[in-house]
Ligand binder design. Sequence first.
Ligand code: ATP
Length: 315
Amino acid sequence: TSKVVTIGEIVVEIMAVHPGDGFREPIELIGPFPSGAPAIFIDQLARQGHPCAMVSCVGDDDFGWLNIERLRKDGVDVSAIRVHEDAVTGSAFVRYRESGDRDFVFNIRHSANGHIGLTPEARAVIAAAGHLHVMGSSLSSPAIIEAVLFALDEIKGRGGTVSFDPNIRKEMLGFPEMRAALDLVLAGTDLFLPSGDELLLFADAPDEAAALAQLLGRGLKAIVLKHGSAGARYVSADEDISAPGFRVTEVDPTGAGDCFGATFVAGWLAGRDPAEALLRANAAGALAVTKKGPMEGVSSTDQLDDFIASAEPVA
Ligand code: ATP
């Protein structure tokens, strides 16, 4: 099995206990929870028993060590997670409104994540990897973009593969270098994992069917469309498979896409049948939303087996 590497942000998430508007008064909070989309992805991949490493940077503080210890315990190679003496670990404060919208206070751009780059340790894990997973949301600084594009060229040059989850929030496209980087990553992607809405941002096409045809025509091996609680769809040149989601009670939606993606990538790299990989990924996404905290809903292969054996797919 080829070792997977991902490059991107580590943060802690601190959540408001009660819904309401913003943080302009003292409120009850819970956390810190380990977080960051690529961190959740790589933790879930490790829980599938797949060899993997993360390139990132944290401060020499409790929030950083909380994340490193958690990833290490779950089996991630943390040798390329730099601990920076003069920087602070990233954080995100989140509060839900009654409407379901969220208010955030972020400390990410000016956190230790701003020091992610091609250290000797990063080059070493990239040299040992056979697969790169890219989170679009991580392409937020010139140094991360440089590291991701370097890893992409290196790994593809050796005959390795690339998966890409755009994971875009609209406010991010304000960073002009990001749009160009997303397109460069897509050009090197084998397995593309957008949500239904994101697909059309990457194709010059009027609808989903035309967009899928166009992207497959450009050389992508497969596209997996995430449809939230409705499940997911796998499309390649010769297969088109839809799989319903599982019925669960949603407690916290953060991390579902990352757990889904990691489980699908693990199945795909292990040569599982796409229908089986899709079923397991849907199960992982469903389990992810049942726990409060972005990384608290990760699941091992045994937990997925038990859940699938007892769960009820939505008709
Ligand atoms: P994220 O909010 O993590 O960025 P995303 O937009 O990338 O998520 P979603 O489509 O929201 O991805 O979720 C990914 C997968 O998780 C879905 O395809 C589905 O399998 C599962 N999932 C998400 N929400 C639910 C839910 N409420 N009930 C059951 N399964 C869910």
